[in-house]
Design a protein around this ligand. Sequence first.
Ligand code: ATP
Ligand code: MG
Ligand code: MG
Ligand code: MG
Length: 468
Amino acid sequence: MISLNDIRSTFLGYFERQGHRVVASSPLVPRNDPTLMFTNSGMVQFKNLFTGVETRDYKRATTAQKCVRAGGKHNDLDNVGYTARHHTFFEMLGNFSFGDYFKTDAIPFAWELITKDFGIDKNRLYVTVYHTDDEAAEIWKKVGVPESRIIRIATNDNFWMMGPTGPCGPCTEIFFDHGDKYWGGPPGSPEEDGDRFVEIWNLVFMQYEQFEDGSRRELAAQSIDTGMGIERVAALLQGTNDNYSTDLIRSLIEASAHATSSDPDGPGKVHHRVIADHLRSTSFLMADGVMPSNDGRGYVLRRIMRRAMRHAHLLGAKDPLMHRLVPALVRQMGTAYPELVRAQALIEETLKLEETRFKTTLDRGLKLLDDEIALLGEGKELPGEAAFKLYDTYGFPLDLTQDALREKGMTVATEGFDEAMAAQKAQARAAWAGSGEAADATVWFDVADKHGATDFLGYDTESAEGQV
Ligand code: ATP
Ligand code: MG
Ligand code: MG
Ligand code: MG
């Protein structure tokens, strides 16, 4: 059985033989890009090469890029525990051409790698193209994909833009059909959101430049940007549709099961999956210098940690759990990502401290939540004031409460939550005004109102972010 680590080296080795420079993953905190919360695709570190602002001594590159999608336009936090194919942290394998080769090479490269080097059965592959991209459809036919497996898509899913202006162009995506024992339909169908037809690779053709007035011109230097999810390829090569059953993630699930003396596939199955996922994202974020805090990136990290801690609690863990799982992660990924080894002690200490602190309010908060639910009856909406109390008094991020309720088919009345938050801010402002320091404080409160006091680098302040 091919391991995840072997898949990484096969991919990079293939493109190295095709004249690509193997470039190291960039950190999860993007350099030079304060608008982007976390690196969420392979192209992020190459943005300036695509726009021509920067050139390097290579025109072809290949990477295994660490990605986090837990905030901003691409937020998969709520998918974790629910789909077989999404993580908050994952690795994206990619090949890039900076004004060098284009579609006629990119498609055959991709096809050769997956059908020959990885040996994936052609009869289970489908491809999508943007509805007007006849050129891409022709190339797919030429490499041997029958017309019936080429699906034309007219939505923005298949048209990529770097931002409101700048490089853009059509995409082509490669899907694998895991078979009819799973729910889901082909791309473009109403059931496309299932785990049967899984998108494994997305190729972007940067063909045009878009201007402010909406017009487009063919780029002189056309480029390629691709992204393949390593865990999804590992799943299919290991004979499963479930990323969480692959060698690397399974070993983390087993570590969680072992540490809580529970069955990895028993009633606590979902908790183990969430814990394994969140262990990776929180550890890698800390290895790249993010520390838990009450705003910006640090607050996203804290939210992920606290979500994991609630799941640990539900497994019956009496003492802090997450830090005990770090050695299992370092064993699996420390060779490919030495920053994890360097930060291991810091990661363990920080997780332990956060969990110890949160435990004191977690138990009481969950008790309060249970009482509220009992009062309401299942299938109802939790009043916003209750969610606010959990946030304010017990340190429950709103999304943690929502995660807890979703298991029971319940939601939060978010307007009520926002109102309670606004009321508290108004109160704080009034109290401050009375203290005689009003002049400066008003400015601060205005800024806080506009941007959110605790979420300054909020969830939707991103622009210019890569789809792939
Ligand atoms: P999906 O439609 O399945 O959410 P996507 O279109 O959002 O995927 P892209 O932005 O095209 O994903 O990213 C390129 C590749 O990265 C995808 O084809 C997929 O293999 C992988 N990928 C994307 N998001 C995730 C995730 N949250 N966890 C694991 N792999 C992912
Ligand atoms: Mg997605
Ligand atoms: Mg997609
Ligand atoms: Mg995609």
